[in-house]
Design a protein around this ligand. Sequence first.
Ligand code: F6P
Length: 346
Amino acid sequence: MRIGVLTGGGDCPGLNAVIRAIVRKGVDTHGHEFVGFKYGWAGVLNQDTTPLTRDTTRGILHRGGTILGSSRTNVYKVEDGLNKVKAAMEAQGLDALIPIGGEDTLGVAGKLHEDGIPVVGVPKTIDNDLNATDFTFGFQTAVQIATDAIDRLHTTAESHNRVLVCEVMGRHAGWLAVASGIAGGADVVLIPEFPLTVERCADLIRQRHTRDKDFSIVVVSEGWPLTREEGAEALSTTTGERDAFGHVRLGGVGQQLADLLEQITGFETRVTTLGHLQRGGTPTAYDRILATRYGLLAADLALEKRFGLMTALRGTEVIPAPLDDAVKELRTVPREYYALAEAFFG
Ligand code: F6P
């Protein structure tokens, strides 16, 4: 078989590990040939390709980012997009596509499957918000990066008796905030799913400062709507623009929160926004292993012509799951998981 591979959406650590595993398993065990498409679906539409062989995928297991490049291109927002994908497949002599992506890239993959294109998906995102899988690779690395940052914020917060607000990514799901908040020992964690008010957050910090603690760490998810007693404000965005999937660029709520906390409590407050640091650099061992397992299974599913599926983690097993299940709704933080962080508030 000849198979096209692409990485779409925001990059995350582990993408190269998947590409390496798909190619190695496909070439060695199944005798497949591979073509890489550059910059996600844009590369398919423009037929911008690069060879994917044992040689070109050597030495990339530990490297962050993606050797294929990525973009947020929506095939169904481009004129004649579907026909362009069909034309690319024909011109490249492809039997299948393996897109590696999050809700948007896999959403396109699901529609393409319905439109007769043979696809096998692989789920990635630091947000961990895809249904049908317990974890996406990239998430654990981002949690580790945020946890290391929170550890560092602790020592400087303590030295200066300050409140430090740490804004993390995650879009409309609070997984990153809760996981790094639990691991980093945050004193308050604010997420979109269970939005505490600024006033409640201020109370929790005051309460802590009456117990011989003169510093606090607040982790806030970029998708937490600034919530006051009188109600929630619109999400904070860095620009009003929307991408091809209709997403606004979130960011900035940490600073708004820090200003209000200082005003209400009188405690000196600073903010750190982790931003794209959370997506860069080498994947953790956990993510390298998960990405490798996903890649190996994806190569097998393509050979078996089991299209319309994606790889998924359930418990400790890596299994095939319907692509549709992954994207039909966002996987958000359940109450009992948030409660693990809440037990340490204030
Ligand atoms: O979906 C992954 C993610 O990193 C989100 O957490 C974040 O909101 C968004 O991508 C940032 O996107 P961009 O790379 O376009 O700045």
